[in-house]
Design a protein around this ligand. Structure first.
Ligand code: GDP
Ligand code: MN
Length: 364
Protein backbone atom coordinates (compact mmCIF):
# COMPACT_ATOMS: atom_id res chain seq x y z
CA UNK A 1 0.00 0.00 0.00
CA UNK A 2 2.89 2.35 0.79
CA UNK A 3 4.13 1.63 -2.68
CA UNK A 4 0.88 2.48 -4.50
CA UNK A 5 0.51 5.74 -2.60
CA UNK A 6 3.99 6.60 -3.74
CA UNK A 7 2.96 6.72 -7.39
CA UNK A 8 0.43 9.50 -7.21
CA UNK A 9 2.04 11.77 -4.66
CA UNK A 10 5.77 11.36 -5.10
CA UNK A 11 8.09 14.12 -6.25
CA UNK A 12 10.15 13.87 -9.38
CA UNK A 13 13.48 13.19 -7.72
CA UNK A 14 12.41 9.88 -6.29
CA UNK A 15 10.10 8.84 -9.08
CA UNK A 16 9.34 6.09 -9.75
CA UNK A 17 11.38 3.22 -8.35
CA UNK A 18 15.06 4.02 -8.05
CA UNK A 19 15.86 0.68 -6.42
CA UNK A 20 15.49 -1.16 -9.66
CA UNK A 21 16.12 1.37 -12.35
CA UNK A 22 19.09 0.81 -14.61
CA UNK A 23 21.10 3.28 -16.59
CA UNK A 24 23.31 0.61 -18.09
CA UNK A 25 22.28 -2.96 -18.76
CA UNK A 26 24.65 -5.05 -16.66
CA UNK A 27 25.47 -8.14 -18.65
CA UNK A 28 24.67 -10.39 -15.71
CA UNK A 29 21.35 -8.66 -14.92
CA UNK A 30 18.97 -11.08 -13.23
CA UNK A 31 15.74 -10.80 -15.16
CA UNK A 32 12.43 -11.78 -13.69
CA UNK A 33 10.61 -14.83 -14.94
CA UNK A 34 8.68 -12.69 -17.40
CA UNK A 35 7.87 -12.22 -21.06
CA UNK A 36 5.94 -10.09 -23.49
CA UNK A 37 2.99 -11.85 -25.06
CA UNK A 38 1.34 -10.83 -28.32
CA UNK A 39 -1.57 -12.48 -30.07
CA UNK A 40 -1.75 -11.34 -33.66
CA UNK A 41 -2.16 -12.23 -37.32
CA UNK A 42 0.36 -12.36 -40.14
CA UNK A 43 -1.19 -9.35 -41.85
CA UNK A 44 -0.46 -7.23 -38.78
CA UNK A 45 3.32 -7.51 -39.32
CA UNK A 46 4.00 -3.80 -39.75
CA UNK A 47 1.78 -2.58 -36.93
CA UNK A 48 3.51 -5.21 -34.84
CA UNK A 49 6.97 -4.02 -35.80
CA UNK A 50 5.99 -0.51 -34.72
CA UNK A 51 4.82 -1.77 -31.34
CA UNK A 52 7.98 -3.78 -30.78
CA UNK A 53 10.28 -0.97 -31.82
CA UNK A 54 8.59 1.39 -29.39
CA UNK A 55 8.63 -1.11 -26.50
CA UNK A 56 12.28 -1.87 -27.18
CA UNK A 57 13.29 1.81 -27.39
CA UNK A 58 11.35 2.84 -24.31
CA UNK A 59 12.03 -0.20 -22.13
CA UNK A 60 13.26 -3.53 -23.31
CA UNK A 61 16.60 -2.55 -24.84
CA UNK A 62 17.87 -2.41 -21.25
CA UNK A 63 16.45 -5.71 -20.07
CA UNK A 64 16.04 -8.01 -23.08
CA UNK A 65 12.94 -9.84 -21.96
CA UNK A 66 11.64 -12.58 -24.24
CA UNK A 67 8.63 -12.13 -26.46
CA UNK A 68 6.06 -14.80 -27.26
CA UNK A 69 3.95 -14.42 -30.39
CA UNK A 70 0.77 -16.45 -30.65
CA UNK A 71 -1.55 -16.97 -33.58
CA UNK A 72 -4.46 -19.25 -34.40
CA UNK A 73 -2.71 -19.82 -37.77
CA UNK A 74 0.95 -20.55 -38.50
CA UNK A 75 3.14 -17.47 -38.55
CA UNK A 76 4.79 -17.04 -41.92
CA UNK A 77 8.59 -17.18 -42.23
CA UNK A 78 8.44 -13.50 -43.24
CA UNK A 79 6.62 -12.55 -40.06
CA UNK A 80 9.05 -14.53 -37.93
CA UNK A 81 12.20 -13.07 -39.43
CA UNK A 82 10.95 -9.48 -39.43
CA UNK A 83 9.85 -9.67 -35.82
CA UNK A 84 12.82 -11.63 -34.47
CA UNK A 85 15.10 -8.96 -35.92
CA UNK A 86 13.65 -6.23 -33.67
CA UNK A 87 13.12 -8.11 -30.40
CA UNK A 88 16.16 -7.80 -28.13
CA UNK A 89 15.26 -10.87 -26.09
CA UNK A 90 14.43 -14.24 -27.60
CA UNK A 91 11.35 -14.31 -29.82
CA UNK A 92 9.16 -17.43 -29.73
CA UNK A 93 6.33 -18.24 -32.10
CA UNK A 94 3.44 -20.42 -31.04
CA UNK A 95 0.27 -21.73 -32.53
CA UNK A 96 -2.92 -21.63 -30.48
CA UNK A 97 -4.13 -25.20 -29.95
CA UNK A 98 -7.46 -25.94 -31.63
CA UNK A 99 -9.24 -26.70 -28.37
CA UNK A 100 -8.48 -23.12 -27.28
CA UNK A 101 -9.86 -21.54 -30.45
CA UNK A 102 -13.11 -23.14 -31.45
CA UNK A 103 -16.51 -24.14 -30.18
CA UNK A 104 -16.83 -26.29 -27.09
CA UNK A 105 -19.29 -29.12 -27.73
CA UNK A 106 -21.98 -27.61 -25.48
CA UNK A 107 -22.35 -24.54 -27.67
CA UNK A 108 -25.34 -24.32 -30.00
CA UNK A 109 -23.64 -22.95 -33.09
CA UNK A 110 -26.89 -22.23 -34.90
CA UNK A 111 -28.01 -20.01 -32.06
CA UNK A 112 -24.54 -18.42 -31.85
CA UNK A 113 -24.78 -17.51 -35.56
CA UNK A 114 -28.24 -15.99 -35.03
CA UNK A 115 -26.90 -13.88 -32.21
CA UNK A 116 -24.05 -12.64 -34.37
CA UNK A 117 -26.50 -11.63 -37.09
CA UNK A 118 -28.72 -9.84 -34.60
CA UNK A 119 -25.79 -8.01 -32.98
CA UNK A 120 -24.48 -7.07 -36.42
CA UNK A 121 -27.90 -5.59 -37.26
CA UNK A 122 -27.86 -3.74 -33.96
CA UNK A 123 -24.41 -2.33 -34.84
CA UNK A 124 -22.84 -3.62 -31.66
CA UNK A 125 -19.08 -3.29 -31.82
CA UNK A 126 -17.59 -6.58 -33.12
CA UNK A 127 -21.09 -8.03 -32.57
CA UNK A 128 -21.09 -9.84 -35.90
CA UNK A 129 -17.55 -11.22 -35.63
CA UNK A 130 -16.93 -14.89 -34.97
CA UNK A 131 -13.12 -14.64 -34.74
CA UNK A 132 -13.36 -11.81 -32.20
CA UNK A 133 -15.31 -14.12 -29.91
CA UNK A 134 -12.69 -16.86 -30.16
CA UNK A 135 -10.05 -14.23 -29.45
CA UNK A 136 -11.86 -12.95 -26.34
CA UNK A 137 -12.38 -16.47 -25.03
CA UNK A 138 -8.72 -17.34 -25.64
CA UNK A 139 -7.54 -14.17 -23.87
CA UNK A 140 -9.94 -14.86 -21.01
CA UNK A 141 -9.17 -18.46 -20.36
CA UNK A 142 -6.24 -19.90 -22.21
CA UNK A 143 -3.29 -17.74 -23.26
CA UNK A 144 -1.48 -18.33 -19.95
CA UNK A 145 -1.71 -22.11 -20.47
CA UNK A 146 -0.03 -22.05 -23.85
CA UNK A 147 3.05 -24.32 -23.59
CA UNK A 148 5.47 -21.48 -24.36
CA UNK A 149 3.75 -18.92 -22.13
CA UNK A 150 3.42 -21.52 -19.40
CA UNK A 151 7.15 -21.21 -18.68
CA UNK A 152 6.76 -17.65 -17.37
CA UNK A 153 5.19 -16.10 -14.31
CA UNK A 154 4.81 -12.44 -15.32
CA UNK A 155 3.68 -11.11 -18.66
CA UNK A 156 3.11 -7.86 -20.47
CA UNK A 157 0.50 -7.93 -23.20
CA UNK A 158 1.35 -5.89 -26.27
CA UNK A 159 -0.93 -5.40 -29.28
CA UNK A 160 -0.03 -4.30 -32.80
CA UNK A 161 -0.17 -0.54 -33.40
CA UNK A 162 0.12 0.68 -29.81
CA UNK A 163 2.34 3.52 -28.64
CA UNK A 164 4.44 4.19 -25.56
CA UNK A 165 5.24 7.85 -24.98
CA UNK A 166 7.68 7.77 -22.07
CA UNK A 167 10.89 6.01 -21.14
CA UNK A 168 10.33 3.30 -18.57
CA UNK A 169 13.58 3.36 -16.65
CA UNK A 170 12.86 0.61 -14.16
CA UNK A 171 12.12 -3.07 -14.48
CA UNK A 172 8.32 -3.28 -14.39
CA UNK A 173 8.39 -7.00 -13.70
CA UNK A 174 10.78 -6.61 -10.77
CA UNK A 175 8.52 -3.90 -9.41
CA UNK A 176 5.52 -6.24 -9.71
CA UNK A 177 7.25 -8.98 -7.77
CA UNK A 178 8.87 -6.79 -5.12
CA UNK A 179 5.69 -4.81 -4.47
CA UNK A 180 3.50 -7.95 -4.43
CA UNK A 181 1.46 -6.80 -7.42
CA UNK A 182 -0.62 -9.29 -9.38
CA UNK A 183 -2.33 -7.05 -11.88
CA UNK A 184 -1.27 -3.83 -13.60
CA UNK A 185 -3.14 -1.60 -16.03
CA UNK A 186 -2.74 1.66 -17.93
CA UNK A 187 -6.28 2.63 -18.99
CA UNK A 188 -9.67 1.71 -17.56
CA UNK A 189 -13.16 2.52 -18.79
CA UNK A 190 -16.82 1.53 -18.85
CA UNK A 191 -17.88 -1.44 -20.96
CA UNK A 192 -20.75 -1.30 -23.48
CA UNK A 193 -23.51 -3.02 -21.55
CA UNK A 194 -25.05 -4.51 -24.71
CA UNK A 195 -22.02 -6.79 -25.16
CA UNK A 196 -22.37 -8.35 -21.69
CA UNK A 197 -26.08 -8.23 -20.80
CA UNK A 198 -26.00 -11.57 -18.97
CA UNK A 199 -22.43 -11.49 -17.66
CA UNK A 200 -23.15 -10.08 -14.23
CA UNK A 201 -26.10 -12.38 -13.49
CA UNK A 202 -23.85 -15.29 -14.46
CA UNK A 203 -21.14 -13.98 -12.13
CA UNK A 204 -23.74 -13.65 -9.34
CA UNK A 205 -24.70 -17.30 -9.77
CA UNK A 206 -21.03 -18.23 -9.61
CA UNK A 207 -20.63 -16.20 -6.43
CA UNK A 208 -23.65 -17.78 -4.77
CA UNK A 209 -22.19 -21.21 -5.38
CA UNK A 210 -18.64 -20.22 -4.42
CA UNK A 211 -18.96 -17.55 -1.75
CA UNK A 212 -15.96 -19.01 0.09
CA UNK A 213 -13.75 -17.97 -2.82
CA UNK A 214 -14.89 -14.36 -2.92
CA UNK A 215 -12.76 -11.67 -1.34
CA UNK A 216 -15.19 -9.64 0.80
CA UNK A 217 -12.57 -8.07 3.09
CA UNK A 218 -12.06 -4.35 3.61
CA UNK A 219 -9.14 -4.35 1.19
CA UNK A 220 -11.09 -6.20 -1.52
CA UNK A 221 -10.89 -4.88 -5.05
CA UNK A 222 -14.62 -5.48 -5.40
CA UNK A 223 -15.26 -1.78 -4.81
CA UNK A 224 -13.76 -1.19 -8.23
CA UNK A 225 -16.49 -3.16 -9.99
CA UNK A 226 -19.53 -2.71 -7.75
CA UNK A 227 -22.20 -0.15 -8.50
CA UNK A 228 -23.12 1.92 -5.48
CA UNK A 229 -23.13 5.61 -4.59
CA UNK A 230 -19.41 5.73 -3.99
CA UNK A 231 -19.19 9.47 -4.54
CA UNK A 232 -21.24 9.88 -1.39
CA UNK A 233 -19.09 8.96 1.61
CA UNK A 234 -22.10 8.07 3.76
CA UNK A 235 -23.18 5.31 1.39
CA UNK A 236 -22.18 1.98 2.77
CA UNK A 237 -20.60 -0.58 0.53
CA UNK A 238 -23.15 -3.31 -0.24
CA UNK A 239 -22.49 -7.01 -0.04
CA UNK A 240 -21.30 -8.09 -3.50
CA UNK A 241 -24.41 -10.27 -3.94
CA UNK A 242 -26.60 -7.19 -3.50
CA UNK A 243 -24.74 -4.96 -5.92
CA UNK A 244 -24.70 -4.73 -9.68
CA UNK A 245 -21.71 -4.36 -12.00
CA UNK A 246 -20.72 -0.76 -12.63
CA UNK A 247 -19.19 -1.76 -16.03
CA UNK A 248 -15.68 -0.62 -15.00
CA UNK A 249 -12.94 -2.65 -16.57
CA UNK A 250 -9.23 -2.50 -17.15
CA UNK A 251 -8.39 -2.18 -20.82
CA UNK A 252 -6.57 -5.43 -21.45
CA UNK A 253 -4.72 -4.41 -24.60
CA UNK A 254 -2.15 -3.21 -22.04
CA UNK A 255 -1.83 -5.64 -19.18
CA UNK A 256 1.10 -6.49 -16.94
CA UNK A 257 0.17 -9.35 -14.69
CA UNK A 258 1.22 -12.29 -12.62
CA UNK A 259 -0.14 -15.18 -14.68
CA UNK A 260 -0.34 -17.37 -11.59
CA UNK A 261 -3.42 -15.28 -10.81
CA UNK A 262 -5.06 -16.49 -14.04
CA UNK A 263 -3.84 -20.01 -13.37
CA UNK A 264 -5.27 -20.02 -9.84
CA UNK A 265 -8.02 -22.39 -8.76
CA UNK A 266 -10.49 -19.55 -8.24
CA UNK A 267 -9.86 -17.89 -11.61
CA UNK A 268 -10.06 -21.26 -13.34
CA UNK A 269 -13.40 -22.03 -11.68
CA UNK A 270 -14.78 -18.63 -12.63
CA UNK A 271 -13.68 -18.95 -16.24
CA UNK A 272 -15.08 -22.48 -16.55
CA UNK A 273 -18.38 -21.33 -15.10
CA UNK A 274 -18.62 -18.42 -17.53
CA UNK A 275 -17.55 -20.60 -20.43
CA UNK A 276 -20.18 -23.23 -19.67
CA UNK A 277 -22.89 -20.56 -19.73
CA UNK A 278 -22.02 -19.92 -23.38
CA UNK A 279 -21.82 -16.14 -23.01
CA UNK A 280 -18.62 -15.83 -25.01
CA UNK A 281 -20.68 -16.93 -28.03
CA UNK A 282 -24.29 -16.12 -27.13
CA UNK A 283 -23.32 -12.56 -26.23
CA UNK A 284 -19.96 -10.94 -26.93
CA UNK A 285 -18.12 -11.00 -23.65
CA UNK A 286 -14.74 -9.30 -23.81
CA UNK A 287 -11.68 -10.57 -21.98
CA UNK A 288 -11.42 -7.13 -20.35
CA UNK A 289 -14.60 -7.33 -18.25
CA UNK A 290 -13.82 -10.98 -17.47
CA UNK A 291 -10.30 -10.24 -16.21
CA UNK A 292 -11.53 -7.16 -14.36
CA UNK A 293 -14.41 -8.89 -12.62
CA UNK A 294 -11.98 -11.62 -11.52
CA UNK A 295 -9.62 -8.97 -10.14
CA UNK A 296 -12.59 -7.46 -8.30
CA UNK A 297 -13.75 -10.76 -6.83
CA UNK A 298 -10.42 -12.23 -5.81
CA UNK A 299 -7.70 -9.62 -5.31
CA UNK A 300 -6.82 -7.03 -2.72
CA UNK A 301 -6.47 -3.35 -3.59
CA UNK A 302 -2.77 -3.48 -2.76
CA UNK A 303 -2.24 -6.14 -5.44
CA UNK A 304 -3.37 -3.92 -8.31
CA UNK A 305 -1.17 -1.26 -9.84
CA UNK A 306 -1.94 1.66 -12.13
CA UNK A 307 0.96 2.34 -14.49
CA UNK A 308 0.23 6.06 -14.53
CA UNK A 309 3.85 6.88 -15.35
CA UNK A 310 3.69 5.04 -18.69
CA UNK A 311 2.48 7.10 -21.63
CA UNK A 312 0.33 4.72 -23.66
CA UNK A 313 -2.00 4.76 -26.64
CA UNK A 314 -4.31 2.22 -28.19
CA UNK A 315 -6.91 3.63 -30.51
CA UNK A 316 -8.86 5.69 -29.45
CA UNK A 317 -7.59 6.45 -25.91
CA UNK A 318 -4.38 7.87 -24.50
CA UNK A 319 -2.72 7.75 -21.14
CA UNK A 320 -0.34 10.67 -20.70
CA UNK A 321 1.25 11.54 -17.33
CA UNK A 322 -0.12 14.87 -16.12
CA UNK A 323 3.01 15.87 -14.24
CA UNK A 324 5.42 18.09 -16.17
CA UNK A 325 8.52 17.03 -14.24
CA UNK A 326 7.71 13.39 -14.75
CA UNK A 327 7.22 13.90 -18.47
CA UNK A 328 10.59 15.64 -18.76
CA UNK A 329 12.41 13.04 -16.74
CA UNK A 330 10.95 10.18 -18.76
CA UNK A 331 11.25 11.98 -22.11
CA UNK A 332 7.52 11.75 -22.76
CA UNK A 333 6.21 12.85 -26.14
CA UNK A 334 2.47 12.94 -25.43
CA UNK A 335 0.12 15.87 -24.84
CA UNK A 336 -1.20 15.63 -21.26
CA UNK A 337 -4.33 17.50 -22.26
CA UNK A 338 -5.27 14.43 -24.28
CA UNK A 339 -4.98 12.14 -21.27
CA UNK A 340 -8.08 9.99 -20.90
CA UNK A 341 -7.52 8.89 -17.30
CA UNK A 342 -9.83 11.42 -15.66
CA UNK A 343 -12.38 11.84 -18.41
CA UNK A 344 -15.97 10.89 -17.80
CA UNK A 345 -15.78 7.43 -19.36
CA UNK A 346 -12.62 6.43 -17.49
CA UNK A 347 -12.70 4.41 -14.26
CA UNK A 348 -9.17 5.37 -13.22
CA UNK A 349 -10.32 8.20 -10.96
CA UNK A 350 -12.56 5.70 -9.18
CA UNK A 351 -9.62 3.31 -8.89
CA UNK A 352 -7.47 6.01 -7.27
CA UNK A 353 -10.32 6.91 -4.89
CA UNK A 354 -10.89 3.40 -3.61
CA UNK A 355 -7.16 2.74 -3.25
CA UNK A 356 -6.57 5.97 -1.33
CA UNK A 357 -4.39 7.61 -3.95
CA UNK A 358 -4.45 11.20 -5.07
CA UNK A 359 -5.21 12.19 -8.61
CA UNK A 360 -2.16 13.76 -10.20
CA UNK A 361 -2.46 17.43 -11.14
CA UNK A 362 -2.02 18.69 -14.66
CA UNK A 363 1.15 20.71 -15.12
CA UNK A 364 2.42 21.90 -18.48
P1 GDP B 1 -9.68 -4.45 -30.16
O1 GDP B 1 -8.42 -3.96 -29.49
O2 GDP B 1 -10.74 -4.83 -29.16
O3 GDP B 1 -10.18 -3.52 -31.22
O4 GDP B 1 -9.35 -5.84 -30.89
P2 GDP B 1 -8.10 -6.23 -31.79
O5 GDP B 1 -8.55 -6.40 -33.21
O6 GDP B 1 -6.95 -5.30 -31.55
O7 GDP B 1 -7.74 -7.67 -31.21
C1 GDP B 1 -7.14 -7.84 -29.94
C2 GDP B 1 -5.83 -8.61 -30.08
O8 GDP B 1 -6.09 -9.91 -30.59
C3 GDP B 1 -4.83 -7.99 -31.03
O9 GDP B 1 -3.53 -8.25 -30.55
C4 GDP B 1 -5.08 -8.71 -32.34
O10 GDP B 1 -3.92 -8.75 -33.13
C5 GDP B 1 -5.47 -10.09 -31.84
N1 GDP B 1 -6.47 -10.76 -32.68
C6 GDP B 1 -7.75 -10.40 -32.90
N2 GDP B 1 -8.40 -11.27 -33.69
C7 GDP B 1 -7.50 -12.23 -33.99
C8 GDP B 1 -7.54 -13.43 -34.79
O11 GDP B 1 -8.57 -13.79 -35.36
N3 GDP B 1 -6.40 -14.17 -34.87
C9 GDP B 1 -5.23 -13.78 -34.25
N4 GDP B 1 -4.15 -14.55 -34.40
N5 GDP B 1 -5.16 -12.68 -33.49
C10 GDP B 1 -6.26 -11.91 -33.36
MN1 MN C 1 -6.54 -3.76 -30.21
Amino acid sequence: AAFTKHIATTKLAEFPHPDFSLSEPPSEYARENATFVTLCRNYETYEMLESIQIVEDRFNHKYHYDWVFLNDNEFTPEFRSAVAAVVSGTAYFGRVPERHWGYPDWINQTYAAEVRQQMENDEIIYGGSESYRHMCRFESGFFFHHPIVQRYKYYWRVEPGIKLYCDIDYDVFKMMRQAGKKYGFAISLYEYSNTIALLWSTVLNFMKANMDMINTGDDSMNEFILDYGYDNESVEKPHPLQASYNLCHFWTNFEIADMDFFRSEQYTRLFEYLDLSGGFFYERWGDAPVHSIAVGLFLNKSEVHWFGDVGYYHVPYMLCPLDYGLRLKNRCSCDPRKDFSFEMYSCTGHFLDITGQQKPLLSV
